[in-house]
Every structure is written in structure tokens, then in C-alpha cells.
Design a protein around this ligand. Structure first.
Ligand code: PLP
Length: 478
């Protein structure tokens, strides 16, 4: 492909995106294909000869599009959002066009420095304690990882190495292997699967602790678990608190858990993958109580802050602990500016060596919207979730079990099988998409505001869909 063809293909791709997004509401949000549908459509070998971009675009429309779940549709209400925005999409294109890889400052100074700056902007916007900020007095810093899972794993590994260093001094009678085998981490039973997985990947125990009846992990529970493990001669090293659990967006009590972590010298990580967005809204300042105890924190811009996947922010109170834990030197990685404080070599802060220039999208998106528009965007989503509950309240066959931020959850009155059937039937119709969770030992349906540009009529649409299916289902059960 030459540069002129690239230009034509690029313009056609933008036209395609515009048409796709303009008509996204008209498509069923869930695909109707069966497993392996694509194997039947595509050749088993890659083409020997070049093909025309026009043909490839046709196949994208005819073969790939039918097999998509439309995450940017406002009729998508499952999981959490993976929102995008026009400036971010353009940022993605520019990132690919520029094509730099910035694992060390020298590999692309602007990539590293822009990341430091946008992470400082974002940390201030989210009202994070200054100890996390690159511009703060200490050794804090921010990085953009690919996912919350990677951020959590990096925190878990850093905490593990920190504890091993500490224990080698405190308990010299133990071999390093013995220390590692005694390490134990904690998270809530409602924490994301990423927490349990991080324990597996770090080869340490990761206990999932009970939460209270509103799904909140409490300080007393963490302290009891730590004491029980200490009594068994185990070594507690990290506690992951979740601010915005995946099921019902509950907030663990950091004000209680933080002092416990401090008392037992346990690293406190904060997983605010979704809910971290509202740290910028003064009316949600209460959910940040205790955040000052955090040693590290993650928040996904690609969930609820207008930057497309993948873009997961992570801050750490003492970035030196990452370099101390994960520094591997090679002659080909040396450069004369390494170690400069405001120009980190991000390769030490992450799993991979190579890294995307993710800050470009963030910078473009933040400048296009500004703080005020982002706050308005978040508030609009929260009010749409409230609007959904207003519809629900008009029908006494339903129980509105709760709302946290832009997630509302509900169930049909009666036993769980009814709510499960309702959800299955709704998803089978493919017009809207939701997933279940447990709340107070009952099955609930989560309704999350997602999509590129959700508006009130989308909520009315979803409500009509739910009501129609409930009418059918309950008529059968009469
Ligand atoms: N933590 C929480 C609270 C989540 O809700 C999720 C995903 O929804 C994750 C972590 C994992 O996010 P990621 O896909 O970025 O790894």
C-alpha cells in the first residue's frame, strides 16, 4: 500500500466509523452468530497475493460486523462501560500514525514526559493525595498501564518484593524461599477476579474476605484475618481495597482498613477501576475517605473517562519501590539520562518492555473536553441511572435494590429463578444487554449506563424492553 492508497483507505475508515456510530442504536446490541461462525467464512490460509482495501472493507462489513457485541451502543448495559469519544478515536489513529514506543525516556522523550504530565493533571483533577502525584513533594508517580489487572498485578508484585526485602532483615533465620511461601494478601469476596488472579500470578496466597451485608469490606474483618495469619506464622503483605466493586459498585471502608494496614505494615492498594472517575466530583468526596493510607491506586480511563480502551491509570506513593523491585539492566537499554527524577524509564513500572504512547489520546481528550465537560458527562450518566429507577418504581412487580453511581440494580419480586429467566430472555432478544450479580444473597440484574452517547430515550427504550419481557414471563407464571 502506498501513501495515496493509505489516504483513501484512511478516509474510507473514518466514513465507516461515522456511519457505524450514527446507526449503532439500530443494531441489536448482541450478535446472533454461533461459535466458529467465522471459521466457515474465512479461508484457512492467509492470502498469498495482496488484496484490495476496498475488498477488505466489504468483508469487515459483511463478515466481522455481524459477529460484534456493540460496546459503544447505548443499549449495552452490561459489565462496566468501555467508553470512547471522538477525540480519543482520533488520538488512537494519530498514535498509530506516529508509531513510537516509549519504554525509556530516550526512546521518545515526549511520550514519557507527556505521560508524567497527564498523570499529574489527572491526579489533581481526581483530588488524589499529593503523595501520589509526580509534582508532589515525595517520590510519587503515575503511569498508564493497559488494564486494571496489570496495575493490580504490578502493585501486588511490588508489595511482595518490598515485604521480602523487609523480612530478610527482620527474620534472617528464614530463607528467601521460606519468606515467599509465607506471604498472604487480602481482598474482598466482592473484589474483581483480577485480585484473585494477581495472587495466582504472584505465587502467593490471596484471601478473599467476607464483606458486610452491603458488600463493603470492613477494617475489623481485615484485622481478624491478619491476626489469624500471623498466628499461623504467615506474612501478610498486601490488602486490595475496592472502591466500586464490579457487582454492585460498593466501596470498601478505607478509613477503617487503612489504619489496620499501617499497623501491620501491609501495603494498601486501591482498585477504583470504575468509580475512581467520580473522585473529581465534590459530592462524592466521602467515598475517598481513607485514601491517604493508599500505597498505590488504579483507575481505568477506558471505563468512564472518555478515553478508549486500553488506558488504565495507576499511581504509586513511592515509585522507587518499582525500580528497586523490577530493575533489569542490559547494555542496549542504557542511556545517559537514566534516573532523572521527572523523566522515568517506564519499563521498570510495568510487565512488558515495549509500551504504547497512550498519553497522546489522554492529552487530546482532556484538552477537547476540559474538566467542566467531564464532570457534566459523569453527572449525566448518574442521573440517567436514577431515571431508570424512576421507571422501575412505577411497576410494583419489581424491586429496585439500589443505585451506586451510574449502576442501578434490580430484580423481580419473588424467587431468584424468575429474575434469572427475565434476564436470559431479555438477552436472548438481543435488544439490550445486562448481566447478573448477587446482592444480599439474592440474584439481581445490573443496569449500567454505557455507550458513546447515552440519552434519556435510551433509558425509556430499555425500560420498555424489560417491561415487555416481564409481562410475557409473568403471564406464563400466572
Ligand atoms: N477492578 C474492577 C473493580 C473492575 O470492575 C474491573 C473490570 O470491570 C477490573 C478491576 C478489571 O479491569 P481490566 O479489564 O482493566 O483489567
Amino acid at each position: 500500500m502506498d501513501i495515496n492508497e493509505f489516504k483513501e483507505f484512511g478516509h474510507a475508515a473514518i466514513d465507516f466509523i461515522v456511519e457505524y456510530l450514527e446507526t449503532i442504536r439500530d443494531r441489536p446490541v448482541l450478535s446472533s452468530v454461533e461459535p466458529e461462525y467465522l471459521h466457515d467464512l474465512l479461508p484457512s490460509e492467509m492470502p498469498e497475493q495482496p488484496e484490495k482495501w476496498q475488498d477488505i472493507m466489504e468483508d469487515l462489513k459483511n463478515q466481522i460486523l455481524p459477529g460484534l457485541t456493540h460496546w459503544q451502543s447505548p443499549h449495552f448495559h452490561a459489565f462496566y462501560p468501555s467508553q470512547s469519544s471522538f477525540p480519543s478515536i482520533v488520538g488512537e489513529l494519530l498514535t498509530a500514525g506516529i508509531g513510537v514506543v516509549g519504554f525509556s525516556w530516550i526512546c521518545s522523550p515526549a511520550a514519557t514526559e507527556l505521560e508524567v504530565i497527564v498523570m499529574d493533571w489527572l491526579g489533581k483533577f481526581l483530588n488524589l493525595p499529593s503523595h501520589f502525584l509526580p509534582s508532589g513533594q515525595g517520590n510519587g508517580g503515575g503511569i498508564i498501564q493497559g488494564s486494571a489487572s496489570e496495575s493490580i498485578l504490578v502493585a501486588v508484585l511490588a508489595a511482595r518484593e518490598e515485604k521480602v526485602r523487609e523480612m530478610k532483615i527482620k527474620r534472617p533465620e528464614l530463607t528467601e524461599g521460606e519468606i515467599r511461601s509465607k506471604l498472604v494478601g487480602y481482598g474482598s469476596i466482592h473484589s474483581n477476579s483480577a485480585i484473585e488472579k494477581s495472587g495466582l500470578l504472584a505465587a502467593t496466597k490471596m484471601r478473599l474476605l467476607d464483606a458486610d451485608e452491603t458488600s463493603i469490606m470492613r477494617g475489623e474483618t481485615v484485622e481478624k484475618a491478619i491476626q489469624a495469619d500471623l498466628a499461623e506464622d504467615l506474612i501478610p503483605y498486601i490488602c486490595v481495597t475496592t472502591i466500586g466493586t464490579t457487582g454492585t459498585c460498593a466501596f470498601d471502608n478505607m478509613e477503617e482498613i487503612g489504619p489496620v494496614c499501617k499497623k501491620y505494615s501491609v501495603w494498601m492498594h486501591i482498585d477504583a477501576a470504575y468509580a475512581g472517575a467520580v473522585f473529581c466530583l465534590p459530592e462524592y468526596a466521602h467515598i475517598m475517605k481513607g485514601i491517604e493510607y493508599g500505597d498505590s491506586i488504579n483507575f481505568n480511563l477506558h471505563k468512564w473517562m472518555l478515553v478508549n480502551f486500553d488506558c488504565a491509570a495507576m499511581w504509586i506513593k513511592d515509585a522507587g519501590k518499582l525500580t528497586q523491585s523490577f530493575n533489569v539492566e542490559r547494555i542496549y537499554l542504557d542511556h545517559k539520562y537514566q534516573g532523572a527524577s521527572k523523566a522515568p524509564d517506564y519499563r521498570h513500572w510495568q510487565l512488558a518492555l515495549g509500551r504504547r504512547f497512550r498519553s497522546l489520546r489522554v492529552w487530546i481528550t482532556f484538552r477537547t473536553y476540559g474538566q467542566q465537560k467531564i464532570r457534566e458527562w459523569l453527572r449525566k450518566h448518574i442521573s440517567l441511572a436514577s431515571l431508570f429507577l424512576e421507571y422501575l418504581a412505577t411497576d410494583d412487580r419489581f424491586e429496585a435494590t439500589g443505585q451506586s453511581l451510574a449502576l442501578a440494580f434490580f430484580r423481580l419480586k419473588g424467587d431468584d429463578t424468575l429474575t434469572r429467566k427475565l434476564l436470559d430472555r431479555i438477552n436472548d432478544r438481543k435488544n439490550i444487554y445486562m448481566i447478573p450479580a448477587f446482592y444480599q444473597n439474592k440474584v439481581i440484574i445490573r443496569f449500567v449506563i454505557c455507550g458513546l452517547d447515552p440519552v434519556e430515550k435510551d433509558i425509556e427504550y430499555a425500560w420498555n424492553e424489560i417491561k415487555t419481557v416481564a409481562d410475557e414471563l409473568l403471564a406464563e407464571n400466572e
